[in-house]
Design a protein around this ligand. Structure first.
Ligand SMILES: [Zn+2]
Length: 397
């Protein structure tokens, strides 16, 4: 069973205590999203009296979650009030990513700023989960120490993995590109703070939902790297599927009799549009900075590279056609490392989608987070949990 990041909220009875916690959360969310704000502005945003808000704000200031920023700029209505901001010290979210060829960890404060970050280039394919997670634990310790030096205290650790995570658990059921099976991450990654584990495509989509200024509440997000995953967001919530395995776009067959895939199938999308397939088709040897190399070659007009990217775009378009026809998302967003190659992928991708879908699409948007999406989404999932139950975290500290 998964330990919830803080305390179980769904069962919180509708008592005065439950209402107070919800109102503390509403104040935190308002200041985090709109701040700096005066007490009167917070009251206006959340529809409580100024007196009620003052009590909540005082409690949050005492807990070190909000801080007074001094008199607000003139121009407001009524007496000038002191502006409130979210504290840049105190609880922070730790995000981590296990990639096929890298590990990364970052700390994000309650203001949403990445305060420290560490990365290790290391080939993880075929390595046992134990040594990989031991390397990750060392990076987590390094980032936690750097964060502590800035007055930050980790409130939780969220790990993005390139594989299927059973819903409500921290077990990677299958990660074909790592060759992991039924790996309980919590047993191999001791953590002093609450730990959550999720598929990288889910965290990538959440980063888009929470951090992109103009993100719709309904969209299909594609994370294209060595593996290709997708996540569907409906009404601001991830659609996870019964077992938590929704979004395995990379293993949708593009050509049923195509090349064998590590998943056991044939002709999967990853065999045509995954990073390694694109490198092979372009005649580029795998190695560091290969996406940059592909972009440079494509920009210079290299015919093989452009043909490889056109082919990948066509395969993505064919696979996405099924998803778009079935789910009718408001937008399709391309994220992950391959989003840096969008200028050469999108024309053929959009041509396939336009040809094959029942309704005209608005085209495919490109995430500005690129390969950082999963790491940022992971760290922000902890930050959101703090904003959702601020005193639960303050009391747990
Ligand atoms: Zn496959």
């Amino acid at each position: 069973m998964t330990a919830p990041l803080h305390r179980p909220r769904p069962g919180t009875p509708d008592t005065q205590q439950g209402m107070r916690r919800r109102n503390l959360s509403r104040v935190m969310h308002a200041v985090a999203a709109e701040g700096p704000l005066s007490r009167a502005s917070v009251a206006g945003h959340i529809g409580l009296t100024r007196a009620a808000v003052s009590t909540l704000v005082d409690e949050l200031i005492r807990a070190g979650l909000l801080e007074e920023l001094g008199p607000q700029r003139p121009g407001g209505v009524g007496r000038p009030g002191s502006a409130l901001g979210v504290s840049g010290r105190g609880p922070a979210g730790l995000g981590a990513e296990v990639g096929v060829d890298h590990l990364a960890v970052c700390a994000v404060d309650l203001r949403g700023e990445v305060r420290t970050r560490a990365e290790l280039r290391v080939g993880n394919r075929g390595r046992a989960p134990g040594p990989v997670l031991s390397d990750l634990a060392a990076l987590v310790r390094q980032v936690a120490e750097e964060a502590a030096a800035e007055g930050l205290r980790p409130a939780g650790l969220a790990v993005a993995v390139p594989g299927l995570v059973a819903r409500g658990t921290r077990t990677v059921v299958r990660a074909p590109n790592l060759d992991w099976h039924d790996t309980d991450v919590s047993a191999l990654l001791p953590s002093e703070v609450p730990l959550r584990v999720d598929n990288e495509a889910n965290f990538g989509a959440l980063a888009e939902l929470w951090l992109a200024a103009d993100s719709p509440a309904d969209f299909l997000h594609v994370s294209a790297e060595i593996g290709i995953g997708a996540a569907l967001v409906v009404d601001g919530q991830l659609l996870r599927g019964t077992r938590g395995f929704a979004g395995e776009l990379g293993h949708v067959p593009v050509r049923p009799e195509g090349p064998a895939c590590p998943c056991g199938g044939r002709g999967c999308l990853e065999q045509y549009a995954g990073e390694e397939a694109v490198l092979r088709a372009a005649g580029v040897a795998p190695g560091a900075d290969r996406v940059t190399l592909l972009a440079e070659r494509a920009a210079a007009g290299d015919a093989d590279t452009r043909r490889a990217l056109r082919g990948a775009g066509t395969a993505l378009g064919i696979a996405l056609t099924g998803a778009v026809n079935l789910l009718d998302p408001r937008a399709v967003v391309l994220g992950g490392a391959l989003s840096h190659l969008a200028p050469w992928l999108l024309p053929s991708l959009e041509r396939e989608l336009t040809r094959r879908t029942a309704t005209p699409t608005d085209g495919v948007a490109v995430s500005r987070f690129g390969s950082d999406g999963p790491l940022l989404g992971a760290a922000h999932s902890v930050v959101r949990a703090v904003l959702d139950d601020p005193m639960g975290v303050a009391q747990a500290a």
